[in-house]
Design a protein around this ligand. Structure first.
Ligand SMILES: *Cc1c(COP(=O)(O)O)cnc(C)c1O
Length: 426
């Protein structure tokens, strides 16, 4: 069970809304920092530990800077994400470039920043060599395919995923990379997503530790860095239970001792690439009820839409909803809570039991701190919202302004004169 709370009072929220019109995303600095510290503590046993925050989850400079201050690096998979990490002060091997289907110029940028390049395919060795050269440090992404079915814990269906090298390709890849001059080696995998079962993460680590031993035995190559990817889920539903990070840390420590230490290997740098669980539970989409409609069903229309949070429409995901001031009211109404897109799946909730909602009510949508604003888009002429940071001292900082209609029109090529366009936007 997870209690769905919000980090501001109704009065505080009203104050914020007086300054920043809805919809907006707001992040809880204190909770993000506490969460990262807890993660770091859970891996304090490791010879060294690095969380590379998956930038795609929340690509906002102030959030990356906040995380960087806590020692968090960046997991990037595109040129803009590399630039964002660099600007946030995340340098060199604190960046892991875990990309796929990567254009040549992005490898060039990753190399110039000194990021750890994590190749997604065996053919990318030649591609990287041709366009950017082989770095001293190189990592490969492993896809265990149906192989890992032999493990007791079922971890995803990697054979269906486009990512990574097969077992045999992986061994060949290290051999080739070494021949081409690589001297330091990383091993990466990511086989699960939004997983709440802590044993899955321990099973993934065990699989990777076994592979480190095999690579040493077969190729005489010492792996220096192991990265278990992201995929720690968050309790979107009140009946869900958050992943116990201490339990995961202890389980991985045990596997490390039983496998790496027992074989006389290591020390290994242990890494994760969590995105969702780092910021997800600590971001909120704040909106207002602007319409109420009763036809074959009862609808509440918000001033936010799936352009602000796409997960419910995209995956049918549950996002908890709090109606401000009615936290303790009986959930005696059933609504579809909608946005304004001309798409019938633009709904934040379907058949949701909620208190009676009135026009003007403030609606807080939970767990929007990862893959929320980041997935925003402009379909139907919708503009991306602002992002705010609720600071530890209770003040509120604008960390991304809302898009304006000028932003929306800025890339369009008109047959009208510039003055005509300007006048029309007034
Ligand atoms: C998306 C992604 C992550 C982050 O996953 P979360 O589920 O947000 O923890 C990490 N690594 C890679 C390669 C990814 O694509």
């Amino acid at each position: 069970m997870t209690e769905k709370t919000i980090p501001f009072s109704a009065e505080k929220l009203a104050e914020i809304m007086a300054q920043y019109p809805t919809p907006f995303h707001i992040y809880d600095e204190k909770a993000i920092v506490a969460n990262v510290r807890r993660l770091t503590r859970a891996f304090s046993w490791a010879p060294s530990f690095q969380e590379y925050f998956a930038v795609k989850a929340a690509p906002t400079p102030a959030l990356l800077e906040l995380l960087a201050k806590e020692g968090v690096g960046a997991d990037c998979s595109s040129l803009p994400e590399l630039i964002l990490a660099d600007l946030a002060g995340i340098k060199g091997e604190s960046i892991m470039f875990t990309s796929n289907d990567t254009p040549a110029h992005e490898f060039v940028k990753a190399r110039s920043l000194g990021a750890v390049i994590n190749l997604d395919d065996i053919t990318h060795i030649d591609f990287l060599e041709k366009h950017a050269g082989i770095p001293e440090m190189i990592s490969f992404r492993y896809n265990p395919g149906p192989l890992q079915k032999s493990s007791n814990t079922i971890i995803g269906t990697p054979e269906e995923a486009k990512y990574g090298l097969t077992h045999d390709q992986l061994l060949e890849a290290y051999r080739i990379a070494k021949e081409k001059g690589a001297k330091r080696f990383g091993l990466h995998t990511m086989v699960i997503s939004n997983e709440l079962n802590p044993d899955c993460f321990i099973a993934t680590a065990q699989m990777i530790f076994n592979l480190v031993v095999e690579i040493k035995n077969k190729l005489a190559i010492d792996i220096e860095l192991v990265n278990f990817g992201g995929g720690v889920g968050i309790p979107y539903r009140p009946e869900d239970t958050a992943v116990d990070l201490e339990y995961v840390g202890r389980g991985i420590e045990q596997a490390y001792n039983d496998t790496i230490v027992a074989c006389g290997l290591g020390p290994l740098k242990i890494a994760l690439e969590l995105g969702r669980s780092i910021t997800g539970p600590y971001g909120y989409l704040v909106a207002k009820a602007i319409h109420k409609k009763e036809t074959y069903k009862n609808y509440i229309g918000l001033d936010a839409c799936m352009a602000n949070l796409m997960r419910p429409a995209l995956y049918g995901s549950y996002h908890h909803i709090t109606v401000i001031g009615k936290e303790n009211a009986p959930l005696d109404h059933v609504y579809d809570v909608t946005g304004s897109l001309c798409e019938n799946n633009d709904k934040f909730a379907i058949n949701r039991a909620l208190p009676k909602i009135d026009i003007g009510d403030t609606i807080v949508i939970h767990d929007a701190g990862a893959h929320g604003h980041a997935m925003g888009f402009n379909y139907n002429g919708k503009l991306r919202s602002a992002e705010l940071l609720l600071k530890e001292d209770g003040s509120v900082q604008l960390i991304r302004r809302a898009e304006t209609i000028e932003d929306y029109f800025s890339t369009m090529i008109f047959s009208n004169s510039a003055d005509e366009v300007k006048a029309a936007l007034k």
